[in-house]
Design a protein. Structure first.
Length: 303
């Protein structure tokens, strides 16, 4: 079961599809193995980058079952939905199939601090003993949650075990949360997203690791490990090598297509298919990606 001590790299997993858009359940096994071999501490499925909104309820259950059956790592399942009934139904299904916890993002209808607090208190009530992650991603949800409101949520919702921090700019928020803990607030696991663009700084501010889907999870593993051992200069040297590809993968609207291309190229999944509607990479874009990978591989070999 998920708890506040979680750390390391919880990779946001893609959802594999066949060329015709059907689920590729066979690729789930190779993808889970790939993430584990490349240093993931856990997996997060059916997140925003997992195309969860394009799946039927039956397909979501099939993905959960396949991943939890294959994985020896803890699995967090995204269950965000407009209504609480859908959240609790999928949450119970996920836990019954072996998940370690679930993840919930706020609906975009929330405006005031009181609305945000009351919403997550309602999530806590309906989930009961299911541990959950609060996904704080205002660039996608439009919901701004201050550090003080987060503390209020953590103080009143013991089932919340982790913050997926994806605010941007958000480094000061991490510092504020850790200061609150120094003043007596409950400690919370903080794993960060945004494609790993700010991973070094986030760890420096007190984050416990990453929860994002960059196609090279070994980068996040090594950066986290080097920072933990105090080898900051080595971590920076390594990060600099991956940064051009991180930047390219973080293009709004195109990033998942880039990520899936790399995952297919590296054998994690059989096909780079995005379920429609979704973009297709042009010949020029693929050439740019390949040039970045070639340069990255050469620099890694020389490190």
């Amino acid at each position: 079961m998920l708890d506040e001590s979680a750390s390391g790299v919880f990779t946001i997993a893609a959802t594999p599809f066949l060329p015709d858009g059907a689920l590729d359940l066979r690729s789930i096994d190779t993808m889970v193995d790939f993430y584990a071999e490349r240093g993931a501490s856990g997996l997060t499925i059916l997140g925003m980058m997992g195309e969860a909104g394009k799946l039927s309820a039956a397909e979501s259950e099939a993905v959960i079952a396949a991943v939890c059956t294959r994985a020896s790592l803890p699995v967090i399942v995204g269950v965000s939905a407009p209504g609480l009934a859908s959240i609790v139904a999928l949450g119970r299904t996920a836990m019954a199939k072996g998940a370690a916890g679930v993840m919930v993002a706020p609906p975009g209808t929330l405006r005031s601090d009181d609305q945000i607090l009351q919403y997550f208190q309602s999530v806590e009530e309906v989930l009961g003993d299911i541990p959950w992650v609060l996904q704080d991603f205002p660039l996608a949800t439009g919901v701004q949650i201050t550090a003080q409101v987060l503390r209020d949520i953590f103080d009143t919702c013991p089932g919340c075990k982790m913050l997926k921090h994806e605010d941007w700019p958000g480094l000061e928020k991490i510092s504020a949360l850790r200061r609150q803990e120094a003043d007596g607030a409950r400690r919370m696991s903080i794993l960060c997203g945004n494609g790993g663009q700010f991973l070094l700084e986030e760890i420096g501010r007190g984050a416990d690791g990453a929860m994002t889907g960059f196609a090279y999870p070994e980068m996040m593993r090594d950066i986290t490990s080097l920072c933990a051992s105090g080898e900051i200069d080595r971590a920076r040297d390594l990060f600099d090598i991956y940064l051009p590809l991180i930047r390219y993968e973080c293009q709004p609207g195109l990033g998942l297509a880039v990520r899936k291309h790399i995952l297919a190229r590296n054998g994690a999944i059989a096909h780079a298919t995005l379920r429609k509607p979704g973009p297709t990479l042009s010949v020029a874009a693929i050439a740019e990606i390949e040039a970045l990978i070639a340069r990255q591989d050469a620099r890694l070999a020389a490190l």
